[in-house]
Design a protein around this ligand. Structure first.
Ligand code: PLP
Length: 437
């Protein structure tokens, strides 16, 4: 939320400036894991409650008319940085603002916004930047609904797109950007890394260099936005590598318990102000209850992701050597190629979501899935529990066969998201399920 606003004629000082909001102790900068417990919340403003209450209200009472006017200047974008005070729950609310403060901490983002789903975050982002006749440039593949959003939904309004393969070199990316520039205005460069479902990494630094080579370094160059759902915020922090905006399905690792749907966008204030104005108009903010649940989830984010990452490393090591396994697509197994180079520069961990290719086809994949006892047969990822699914028959069923082949979405592919269970129990479960194949 905006804060430290100078006193003005409204006599209103920002309401939630937390007294106990200690960022440093003895010169030591506090880590995000520590800040998740209290950052952005002052118990004195809520009857001393240790945890923020859930503010179930549709609107907020202004202290005076001048304050109301000032707050609306923030809501409408007349005053950058959002409203100084609480206005109406389609625009802001205490739970959402505390959540946004804490989301930004992980990547030292200038600003953050919470949304009702990952897709509503992505849709709001596109609606902010895109006009008819524009040419969006994106990496491919993207999450299927994002591709649908660009090609079908925005396509209906005269928006075009060009893509480059996720693992492309700087020269290829620059070529696609030149081509797009010749076709129309490029409003946004949109990335997803690692790509869903191929796990291919995008070289964000190369995209940034290519963008600046083609469009210059002025403020009017297209911003780079990236979906960091699979590795963020712990294992990849794209703002440090040249991205301007980071997008999340908070439904996944951030929520982390498979019990909520939400989204987030973080990034530079200038761009976030533009996105906030559109979110205020269309109402894609998340609700207070979901924001509260996310606050609770963020307290254990580092613990959960670390444990899931360690579990995945052990499970993948077991699966890789199994006689019934063709190969395992796991970022921790990258060899000395361009992908490994991107991994070394951009990532601090391999994540806990990977592709398991069994020897055989759909029959073997289904037999494996049907035999699992701890891992649940369900789509999604990033939760405390281990999930497994067959993309070719489920999430990517509607993808044309030739595109499936190009993306390596074969019938023998099982997607696995490892949770925080005991790693030996998980290995025992995968072992018995493979034996049943
Ligand atoms: N981005 C990625 C990479 C995803 O995997 C998903 C959902 O699976 C989304 C975005 C959409 O998020 P949500 O389901 O929260 O709308």
């Amino acid at each position: 939320m905006s804060n430290e606003t100078e006193a003005d004629l409204t006599g209103v000082t920002p309401r939630r400036r937390p007294k106990a909001n200690i960022e440093t102790i003895g010169g030591r900068k506090l880590s995000p894991a520590t800040l998740m417990m209290g950052h952005g919340f002052d118990p004195a403003l809520s009857e001393g409650a240790l945890k923020p209450p859930i503010f179930a209200t549709s609107t907020f009472v202004f202290p005076n008319a001048a304050a109301g006017k000032r707050h609306f200047e923030g809501v409408t974008g007349k005053r950058p940085g959002g409203a100084d005070g609480l206005v109406y729950s389609r625009f802001n609310g205490p739970n959402q603002e505390i959540l946004e403060d804490r989301l930004g901490v992980w990547e030292e983002a200038e600003d953050a916004l919470a949304f009702s789903s990952g897709m509503s975050a992505i849709a709001t982002l596109f609606l902010t930047f895109v006009q008819p006749g524009d040419v969006i440039v994106h990496s491919g593949p993207l999450y299927a609904a994002t591709e649908t959003m660009i090609a079908r939904l925005l396509g209906k309004f005269g928006v075009h797109w060009l893509d480059f393969p996720a693992g492309a070199s700087r020269a290829t990316i620059e070529g696609v950007l030149e081509q797009a520039k010749a076709k129309g205005r490029v409003p946004l460069i949109y990335l997803e890394s690692p790509a869903n479902p191929t796990n291919v990494l995008v070289d964000i630094e190369a995209v940034s260099a290519a963008r600046d080579a083609v469009f210059g370094t002025g403020e009017d160059r297209p911003p780079i936005a990236i979906d960091n759902t699979f590795l963020g915020p712990l294992w990849q922090q794209p703002l440090r590598h040249g991205a301007d905006l980071v997008v999340y399905s908070l439904t996944k690792y951030a929520g982390g318990h498979s019990d909520l749907v939400a989204g987030g966008v973080l990034g530079s204030k200038r761009h976030m102000d533009m996105i906030r104005a559109i979110r205020n108009t269309i109402g894609t903010i998340c609700d207070p209850n979901t924001a509260w649940m996310l606050l609770r989830s963020l307290e254990t984010l580092e613990l959960r992701m670390t444990r899931a990452g360690e579990n995945a490393a052990r499970v993948c090591a077991f699966l890789r050597d199994h006689a019934k396994v063709e190969r395992v697509g796991y970022l921790g197994f990258l060899k000395d190629d361009a992908q490994a180079d991107i991994y070394r520069r951009h990532c601090t961990g391999a994540g806990s979501t990977f592709s398991l290719y069994l020897k055989g086809g759909e029959r073997e994949a289904f037999a494996f899935l049907d035999s699992l006892r701890i891992a649940k047969l369900a789509v999604s990822l990033g939760g405390t529990e281990t999930l497994a699914s067959a993309p070719a028959a489920m999430t990517h069923l509607s993808v044309p066969d030739d595109r499936k082949r190009a993306l390596d979405i074969t019938d023998n592919l099982v997607r696995i998201s490892i949770g925080v269970e005991n790693a030996d129990d998980l290995i025992a479960d995968f072992d018995q399920a493979l034996a049943a194949v």
